[in-house]
Write a protein that binds this ligand. Sequence first.
Ligand SMILES: *Cc1c(COP(=O)(O)O)cnc(C)c1O
Length: 379
Amino acid sequence: MTGEPLAFPAPIYVTRPMLPSFEAYSARLASVWDSQFLTNGGAQHCALEAALNAYFAIPHVSLFNNGTIALLAGLRALGVSGEVITTPFTFPATIHAVAWNGMVPVFADIDPVTMNIDPVAVERQLTAKTSAILGVHVFGTPCDVHGLQAIADRHGLKVIYDAAHAFGTKVDGRHIAEFGDLTMLSFHATKLFHTAEGGALLVRDGDLKQKIEQLKNFGIVDEDEVAGIGLNGKMSEIHAALGLLTLDMVATEKTRRAAVARIYRSRLSALEGISFTPELTADAASQQYFAIRIDEERAGISRDRLHQELKRFNVVSRRYFNPLCSSYACYSDLPSSAPHLLPVAQRVVSEVLCLPFYGGLTADDAHRICDMIAWVAQH
Ligand SMILES: *Cc1c(COP(=O)(O)O)cnc(C)c1O
């Protein structure tokens, strides 16, 4: 390569939301206006719920105003209490949902390859107070769903998944939501499928779905009865209408992202000290993020310096999930937060960098980003 690569003229962010045409959205909104029904399970909401039911081939979908509130309500609906064993390598929302429910998060170390909660580490954290395991399919890589279920079965625990990154991820040809007692999805604008703000719970049990529906609507059963300490988790018609349009764009977006991923993988695998998350088949991958790992010793550059240097080229990468949840001030005093108990998570959190990854990124953009990474690594 010759000189320093040219910077992009405008920032290239880590993601960009799918957007339907403004005309198509306006047309859908026109029917919302006509109905004068803006929320509380209107036509758009019902249509989106049905479309997602079909997409996931799962009996029950419950839409929410965001993924965090969905997880909060889901944990409550399942009746878990005491201690919940979970991962420190996740977005704050996962752990906060446990704590807001008055339960104690207990951190278990992660697998060095998948970067997801390690069943062996979960087993070490079991106590008489443990009532659930909360796994996160980080970057769309599935957790060891069979290993975690086996532990849960032996000890009578619930299994809950934060699948915010795993829209469409499959294991053994089955959608990720078929595993565990309950799966949460986020439909935030940064997620592959989105409703600007939104989320859902996916469950197989009809009674659980009913409980969830009550909890997300203030605990209201009917005109005469409020059954529990509910909250407001309802998705509006405005958001559901957007989701009905973005859902139709998911397949094309995934194909485009897969093409970007192929460029990144083939170009960056030529660089010493850079590795990737496990490669899933096109059918099984969520294409939510493209994460690389930088082994500082072999690459000759640290993750943090690469992150910083890329900014000079107008490339905005992300150091997910730095810092670990176990090092937040609100959780660092927990016995399970001791760094020596989480050696793999400590290493992983210093190695991961998420690169710009969205369908609108051209092959040329992806190649230029690879040129920049190669150049920075050598200088
Ligand atoms: C985005 C995200 C959430 C939160 O979802 P919201 O819909 O923004 O509330 C939770 N967990 C993970 C892993 C996420 O990436």
